[in-house]
Design a protein around this ligand. Sequence first.
Ligand code: OGA
Ligand code: MN
Length: 300
Amino acid sequence: MTLIIKRMHPHFFAEVSGVDLATSFGSDILTEVVNAFAEHSVLLFRNQFLDDESQIAFSERIGPLEKNITATFGNSRPEISKISNVNVDGKVLKKGSDDEIFLKGNSVWHTDSSFKVVPALGSALSAREVPPVGGETEFADMRAAYDALDDGKKQLIQDLTSVHSFIYSQRQMNSDGRYNLTAVMSDEELEALPPVQHPMIRVHPESGRKAIYVGRHASHIVGLPIEEGRALIKELNEFATQPEFVYRHHWRTNDLVMWDNRMVMHRGRAYDPKYKRVMHRTTVAGHVENNPWVVRKQVA
Ligand code: OGA
Ligand code: MN
């Protein structure tokens, strides 16, 4: 069996058909999926009837999964992150509630768990229930954006590291002072997330392609005055998310999209909160041993 791979954007994002991810398909197919993932950075699989068990089983074939410390949002298993506007009682989250503001953070360009010492390699998002309009997810190809930087900028960021901080990115969501993060996450979870450093350029281990690595969790740049670093991060975020580098995915129920967090950023788009939007994510952990670019040192 050979997969059918259809590229949807000049730089990245391909739709893959010819595989049922809920089955234990052969390792030859898995190799094709992994190769396609390395080439296109984001893969869409339509009509995938996954439950949490089969989603975990498929994702684990890509690599070991990140686990949540506590069962926030009623996640069924520590490997599943519910990205959902529906609370445990089946009701839509109230506008302005802490959970709703937390979820809204996903609408700012980011790369998953860049606030961790070892950030996520990939994420796989399964659409269980989607609004009829809105609620798309946009992806930005950080490899194409890097390639398009002028040489001066490439050199400037070549050896720079930035500080990624969960508390910093959450603080940006608290513009009106009403957001209480500790209502959403336990002290144990928050204490596990001190600021960390990462290079501003990531290198894809297999292809050697370079990508800009910033996003909403990037707070400032090591060795630069805070505001100067912040301005450079903002400039790079804006440069990298120009329309030519962006693909907007319109979800259908039972889509599964998996993306390479090292090579792309993403954000969720708005939708009418009267609609339910239930997405289940598995997150493939990064691995330091294959990625010399991950700086392990934590920042005090
Ligand atoms: C995520 C995420 C955006 C969306 O699952 O990591 O940021 O559109 N999702 O739900
Ligand atoms: Mn995300």
